[in-house]
Write a protein of this length. Structure first.
Length: 180
């Protein structure tokens, strides 16, 4: 991308963070600009998960797909990104994972590996784990749920979205991603 733009001296990095990759990249871009190490950042997010999903696995095939997007982040008189709040649970490392290890794939000639998901584990973590992180983000921003213009979680499961709406006590008239 840098070569196509003629950005000869541009820094570049590849960031692996699954679904959170674009958010991490956006936070890093904002911090780089605020810190003075960059004036503008071109952030390109690309996912090509169709190669990693078993199309016959009803638990993952409809969730993991391909997509791409890009933004240019630059200085602004009014901050428009942040504050950023993160959350993770390393104990859940195997809830979404590649079914076979790369060592087994190579040593046993298993073919192309696919990802699998422990659906109930992910569902429970999402229902009970995401709302507190969203609340911490609201608190860090100094706003309440009723001051949001819209609620757009990165989530395909309507039951999880509805549980988050309930836990965050979002007003009934707020536009929600499932309705947009």
């Amino acid at each position: 991308v840098a070569a196509q733009l003629g950005a000869v001296n541009a820094g570049a990095l590849d960031l692996g963070a699954a679904c959170a990759r674009f958010c991490y990249g956006l936070a890093m871009a904002s911090d780089m600009i605020r810190g003075g190490s960059a004036r503008y950042v071109v952030l390109v997010g690309v996912e090509k998960l169709s190669d990693w999903v078993n199309p016959n696995d009803r638990g993952t095939a409809f969730l993991f797909a391909d997509g791409a997007g890009a933004v240019i982040v630059g200085p602004s008189e009014e901050p428009a990104i942040g504050p950023v709040v993160w959350g993770s649970d390393g104990a859940q490392w195997d809830a979404i994972s590649q079914r076979e290890s790369w060592i087994d794939v190579h040593a046993k000639d298993l073919g192309w590996p696919t990802i699998g998901m422990a659906g109930q584990t992910v569902f429970r973590w999402a229902v009970w784990g995401m709302a507190p992180v969203a609340q911490r983000a609201l608190d860090a921003a100094g706003i309440t749920a009723d001051q949001l213009d819209a609620f757009i979680p990165h989530q395909a499961n309507v039951r999880i979205i509805d549980a988050m709406i309930k836990q965050l006590k979002l007003p009934p008239d707020i536009p929600v991603a499932r309705d947009i």
